[in-house]
Design a protein around this ligand. Structure first.
Ligand SMILES: *Cc1c(COP(=O)(O)O)cnc(C)c1O
Length: 450
């Protein structure tokens, strides 16, 4: 079941790579293969203790297997283990990073920008807010209540004041509430989430940009999860407008390790004004900037970074270019179609109650009951019963403010309600929807069975 056919290309490619170093004196490798084998089999045994993230029946949290090309390119690069801090640490992989990042910027319509890869979205957001704080010292950072929890913490780390903006019933930033805060003055940066981590909701970027005309502030887009969805043709109108407005913002974060088919350790931050590079200036005596060409460590807060991440991303973009209507985009469209399909099936079934129509590929629902606590219990029950049938879902704690008028008849005996949540990140989820539905149907029946 785990794809391994592609492994044969790895030894061929390793032989190819070795040709670049044939002028060196012969080097003998003394490896005790038996010892390696023993440990590797023990590792394989240990790793069995995981959910099957690669299988369409894993339909829970944000986990997506890397593409085989990313896996292979990453492994090949690790034979050299380049460090993209400086060109001396990895000339080829630094070049590949610059190209790969330019491709991502191009996807958002930017060709003049400053950007680089990072270990992930948190680090990328930290850099964006660090620059925002340098430009707007002493001013507030604001983000929606459904924004990633790390924005508050990052602001704390950076010594920036932070405030949360309430959401509307669609889990999107409430623009009136934002304007209320803007009127009080002292807002330096608005973080706009295009694809919230919990619900996949998209903040109304065009309306927020309109407010920028009146109240001057920086706009940072956190699209760690959603960024690549700008390529798809089946967004709703609200989503399309938000993604189309991205070129107007000041900075963007997107995670190739979320929807970009990369192994973990691959985030990306982009700044519209290349001039912000001045904030990164440092004069570390250990650093080895030996040429006048740009070393990525000169524009990055992290020092050592895996060159292999850049190699994997570059290779993936070669195989699957980020074109609208290309295979990469069409596969993302399938994820969204799968979510819309599941939403429709659940909506048409009297046992279930939906929270919001998905903006992206995340579906949230509950089994109907008289009270919030009964609903929460049923969610947990359905989650457990589905897992017994090898179908893995996720749970999500929804604050009662997000519940619309259709919840009036339900007694809210708790401040929040536990919902079922499914991130349909794999294109295969669409083809597997009948099989997924059969299990959901059966376990909902059993959950309701007293
Ligand atoms: C995942 C995510 C983050 C954090 O990124 P990591 O790569 O997990 O560090 C930040 N913002 C959003 C919207 C996310 O979905």
């Amino acid at each position: 079941m785990l794809e391994s056919k592609s492994l044969s290309i790895l030894s061929e490619a390793l032989g190819h790579l070795e040709q670049g170093f044939v002028n060196l004196p012969e080097l003998e490798n003394n490896i005790d293969i038996d010892a390696l084998r023993k440990v590797m089999l023990a590792v394989a045994d240990k790793m069995k203790d995981n959910y099957p993230y690669f299988h369409p029946f894993y339909a829970g949290q944000m986990l997506k297997p890397p593409h085989p090309i990313a896996r292979l390119a990453y492994m090949l690069a690790v034979w050299l283990n380049p460090n993209n801090h400086a060109l001396d640490g990895g000339r080829a992989s630094s070049e590949m990073e610059k190209e790969a990042v330019a491709n991502i910027a191009g996807m958002f319509g930017w060709d003049d920008f400053l950007g680089h890869l990072s270990s992930g979205g948190t680090m990328a957001n930290l850099e964006a807010l660090w620059v925002a704080g340098k430009l707007n010292p002493g001013k507030l950072v604001v983000a929606s209540e459904q924004s990633h929890y790390t924005h508050h913490r990052i602001s704390e780390v950076l010594g920036l004041k932070y405030k949360a903006v309430p959401c509307d019933r669609k889990a999107r930033m409430n623009v009136d509430a934002l304007e209320g805060l803007l009127k009080e003055g002292n807002v330096g940066t608005v973080v706009v989430t295009l694809g919230t981590t919990g619900i996949g909701s998209i903040d109304p970027l065009p309306e927020i940009l309109n407010l920028r005309e009146k109240y001057d502030f920086r706009v940072h887009v956190d699209s760690a999860y959603g960024g690549y969805f700008t390529l798809i043709g089946n967004l709703n109108q609200h989503g399309r407008k938000a993604f189309d407005a991205i070129p107007e913002v000041d900075s963007i974060v997107v995670d190739p390790h979320k929807h970009g088919l990369q192994p973990y350790g691959c985030g990306c931050v982009l700044f519209k004004d290349p001039g912000v590079g001045r904030f990164y200036k440092h004069d570390s005596p250990y650093t080895y900037f030996s040429s006048t060409e740009l070393h990525l460590g000169e524009i990055s807060l992290e020092c050592s970074r895996a060159g292999a991440s850049a190699v994997a991303l570059w290779a993936t973009q070669q195989l699957l270019p980020m074109d609208k209507k290309g295979e990469f985009a069409l596969n993302l469209e399938k994820s969204r179609s799968a979510a819309l399909d599941l939403f429709k099936r659940l909506s048409n079934d009297a046992r279930f109650k939906m929270i919001v129509e998905p903006d992206l590929d995340i579906v949230i629902w509950v089994i109907k009951a008289k009270t919030a606590s009964q609903i929460s219990e049923l969610s947990q029950k359905m989650f457990d019963l589905a897992a017994q049938k090898n179908l893995h879902l996720a749970l999500f704690n929804l604050p009662s403010e997000l519940l619309d008028d259709s919840w009036q008849d339900i007694e809210m005996d708790e401040d929040s309600v536990v919902c079922l949540r499914s991130c349909l990140m794999k294109p295969e989820h669409l083809d597997w929807m009948d099989q997924i539905w059969n299990v959901l149907d059966e376990v909902a029946e059993r959950a309701l069975d007293k």
